[in-house]
Design a protein around this ligand. Structure first.
Ligand SMILES: CC(C)(COP(=O)(O)OP(=O)(O)OC[C@H]1O[C@@H](n2cnc3c(N)ncnc32)[C@H](O)[C@@H]1OP(=O)(O)O)[C@@H](O)C(=O)NCCC(=O)NCCS
Length: 336
């Protein structure tokens, strides 16, 4: 058995900055409400016609990660792509990345775990490497939310939160099992699937043929629905539990955490976790203020920025943790 370790990180966000002020021109909202409830000041939304899509942004982030990893694209043995906003209903963007990067015909897997997508994708990559099946795995999280949000007052409880962007990591084999990814922890609770959901188009409740036949402007089923307070209450509990689970598994206490990268769901959630674990400001990385919640992309974007800013050093204990639609949640404990 081996461990895996992250040897390259990259991110890409679209140029187009949308401030809270900009949103207040589209819907009945304001900077004070958004800042107080979420911490978000601005987000990036893909400009139509810019050519940025979930797949193309993922490719841009991946190129940077591969270059920084110091390997050739042909050394990649497998691709894992996490997103809830694929360019096409099927196939998923993993194969688009394989083609766009000109990688030989390696496997490409799409992970659909929303805000915990990147944590799930890392767990998949880690376990393929651990067993010796693959040596180098490219993991991407990328999202374009902006084309699918209800940007009217009706959708303001959701649309002010989400942003677009992509992040990527290259994982490779680590022979020293005291280093790299020490453990991953994944959970789900499907009874709450509809508390944070996009129903349509789906083959269960809202068929494409239904939507076309109804042609109903009041149909909200193709916009995301979120029971915000319920999500918030569950998130703070599950984040805490799954971080503790990871620490306990590795005989670590909370003082061992050098850097916590929480999924950027909401600044208030991150602050709650920080307080609960008694972590100093320099031990929790947040960039939701600039990007909003970019779902599967939020952890790799934050991890890349934290690393670029020199906030993660060799030997550090780094914790990734996420919670989101499903509900699904998870953590990754890394000895950097
Ligand atoms: C979404 C969230 C910010 C809403 O905050 P909240 O304090 O729960 O606010 P509520 O939904 O109770 O709404 C309070 C009021 O603000 C209004 N409101 C909602 N969105 C608004 C907006 N963008 N601007 C202004 N007012 C808004 C509501 O209509 C409501 O008005 P009312 O009291 O007149 O009915 C909060 O619930 C949250 O952060 N939840 C977790 C979300 C999350 O992390 N999701 C991702 C998980 S991965």
């Amino acid at each position: 058995m081996y461990n895996s370790k992250i040897i390259g990180l990259g991110h890409y966000v679209p140029d187009n900055v949308v401030t809270n002020q900009d949103l207040s021109a589209m819907m009945d909202t304001n900077d004070a409400w958004i800042t107080e409830r979420t911490g978000i000041k601005e987000r990036r939304w893909v400009k139509p016609g810019s050519g940025d899509t979930t797949a193309t942004m993922g490719v841009k982030a991946a190129k940077i990660a591969i270059e920084r990893a110091g390997i050739d694209k042909d050394d990649i043995d497998f691709i894992v792509f996490a997103t809830l906003s694929p360019d096409m209903y099927f196939p998923g963007p993993g194969v688009q990345v394989q083609h766009a990067l000109g990688i030989k015909t390696v496997g490409a897997l799409d992970v659909r775990n929303q805000c915990s997508g990147f944590v799930y994708a890392i767990a998949v990559a880690d376990n393929f490497i651990k067993t010796g099946m693959y040596k180098n795995v490219l993991v991407i999280g990328s999202e374009v939310h902006s084309h699918g949000l209800d940007k009217t007052t009706r959708g303001r409880g959701v649309s002010v939160i989400f942003g677009d962007g992509a992040g990527a990591a290259v994982l490779t084999r680590e022979e020293d099992t005291s280093k790299g990814i020490l453990s991953t922890h994944l959970h789900s609770q499907g009874e709450h699937a509809e508390e944070l959901v996009l129903v349509a188009p789906g083959m269960g409740k809202r068929w494409v043929t239904d939507i076309l036949a109804d042609n109903n402007p009041d149909d909200e089923s193709y916009f995301p629905h979120m029971n915000g307070q319920f999500v918030f209450k569950n998130a703070v509990v599950r984040f805490s539990e799954v971080i503790m689970e990871g620490l306990t598994k590795n005989n670590l206490d909370k003082e061992a955490i050098d850097m916590l990268i929480p999924h950027q769901a909401n600044l208030r959630i991150a602050q709650f976790i920080q307080k609960k674990f008694g972590l100093d400001d320099d031990k929790v990385f947040n960039n939701i203020q600039k990007y909003g919640n970019t779902t599967a992309a939020s952890i790799p974007i934050a991890l890349t920025e934290a690393w670029q800013e020199g906030k993660i050093k060799e030997g550090d204990t780094v914790v990734l943790a996420a919670f989101g639609s499903g509900f699904t949640w998870g953590s990754v404990i890394i000895k950097w």
